[in-house]
Design a protein around this ligand. Structure first.
Ligand SMILES: Nc1ncnc2c1ncn2[C@@H]1O[C@H](COP(=O)(O)OP(=O)(O)OP(=O)(O)O)[C@@H](O)[C@H]1O
Ligand SMILES: [Mg+2]
Length: 292
C-alpha cells in the first residue's frame, strides 16, 4: 500500500496532540496471542513499542506465553490439566513455566525489541521481587499465585534510566517458591502499582464482542451481567476483571485491542478513531442518567 504525501503528513499531524498528551506518561502493555507468535507481528510490535518509548512514553510490557508452555510441556511428555480454563500448575509444570516464560519467551521478546534499539530489559517476577505473591485463593490451581506486592521502585528505576522492562508473569512467595501468574492479572497489578496512564491488552480478538458486534465502550455493570450470562467467558474474564481492578486503582484508561492487526497499538494511541474496546467505570451516558 502506498500512501500519498499529504495523507502521510495528515497522519503525523493527527498524532501530535497525543504525543504531547502522553509524553512522560507510563503505558503498560499486556502482550499475548498472535502478536507474540507471528513473525511479522512480532516485528511490528517491537517497532511500535520502541517508537512509543522514543517519543517519551515509559513502556512496560507484561507477556503471556501459554501456547509455548503447552508446546514444550507436551514435548517433555508432561500432560497439561485445565480447571475452568485455567492451567493446573504442579511443581513439574512450574519448572516448565519458569524455564519457558522467564528463559525462552522473555528473552526472545527482549532480543526482538533491542534489534530496534528499544533498550528492553527482561525480568520475571522473581528478579528484585518484582512480583511477590501468595497462593491464589478459590479453586486450587496448585502453584498459581495472586499478587501481594509489586516492586514499583525497581521498575521506576529502570524506566527513569531509559530502559523498557519486559516482565514474565512468574512470581515468588515469601519462602522463595516460584508461582505461575495469569499475565492479565500481572499486567493489571503492574499498571496499578505504577499508576499508569494506560493499560492495553493485545489479544487475538477485535475487542470485547457481544452478539457478534464489537463493543466500543464497556462499563462495569454491563460487564458483570455479560460475565454472568456467558457472553463474556474463558480468557476474557480475567482480562475484564483485571481491567476494573486497574481502573479502581487509578489507571486512567484500559483498552482491549486486536493484536492480529499490524500496528494496532499505534492506531489505538495516535488516531482519533482508536480501535477495539475501551473499558470504563461506567459509560458516560449511563453516568449522566444516574446523576439526573
Ligand atoms: N465477549 C467476548 N469478546 C471477546 N472475546 C471473548 C469473549 N468471551 C470470551 N472470549 C474469549 O477470550 C479469548 C481471549 O483470552 P485468551 O486468554 O484466550 O487470550 P490472551 O490472554 O490474549 O492469550 P494468553 O492467555 O495466551 O496470553 C478470546 O480468544 C475469546 O475466545
Ligand atoms: Mg489469557
Amino acid at each position: 500500500m502506498t500512501v500519498s504525501i499529504p495523507a502521510k503528513t495528515e497522519v503525523l499531524i493527527e498524532a501530535l496532540p497525543y504525543i504531547q498528551q502522553y509524553e512522560g506518561k507510563t503505558f503498560v502493555v499486556k502482550y499475548g496471542g498472535a502478536a507474540m507468535v507471528d513473525e511479522e507481528l512480532r516485528e511490528t510490535f517491537a517497532q511500535d513499542v520502541t517508537l512509543l518509548k522514543k517519543i517519551g512514553i515509559s513502556i512496560v510490557i507484561v507477556h503471556g506465553g501459554g501456547r509455548e508452555i503447552t508446546d514444550i510441556a507436551n514435548r517433555l511428555g508432561l500432560p497439561t490439566h485445565f480447571i475452568n480454563g485455567q492451567r493446573y500448575t504442579d511443581q513439574a509444570m512450574m519448572d516448565v513455566v519458569q524455564m519457558v516464560l522467564a528463559g525462552k519467551t522473555n528473552k526472545d521478546i527482549v532480543a526482538k525489541i533491542n534489534r530496534h534499539d528499544g533498550e528492553a530489559v527482561g525480568v520475571c517476577g522473581i528478579d528484585a521481587d518484582v512480583l511477590r505473591v501468595t497462593k491464589a485463593g478459590g479453586v486450587d490451581l496448585g502453584l498459581v499465585g495472586e499478587i501481594a506486592r509489586v516492586n514499583d521502585a525497581f521498575l521506576t528505576l529502570l524506566l527513569r534510566n531509559g530502559f523498557m522492562p519486559v516482565i514474565a508473569p512468574v512470581g515468588v512467595d515469601a519462602s522463595g517458591q516460584a508461582h505461575n501468574i495469569n499475565a492479565d492479572i500481572a499486567a493489571s497489578a503492574v499498571a496499578a502499582a505504577l499508576r499508569a496512564e494506560k493499560l492495553v491488552f493485545l489479544s487475538d480478538v477485535r475487542g470485547v464482542t457481544a452478539h457478534g458486534a464489537l463493543v466500543q465502550t464497556l462499563g462495569q455493570s454491563q460487564a458483570r451481567s455479560w460475565i454472568a450470562s456467558g457472553i463474556i467467558s474463558d480468557g476474557m474474564i480475567p482480562k475484564i476483571q483485571s481491567a476494573f481492578t486497574a481502573l479502581a486503582a487509578g489507571v486512567s484508561k484500559v483498552h482491549m485491542i486486536d493484536g492480529r492487526v499490524k500496528h494496532s497499538l499505534l492506531l489505538e494511541i495516535f488516531t482519533d478513531e482508536g480501535v477495539g474496546t475501551q473499558i470504563v467505570h461506567e459509560p458516560a451516558d449511563q453516568l449522566r442518567e444516574e446523576s439526573a
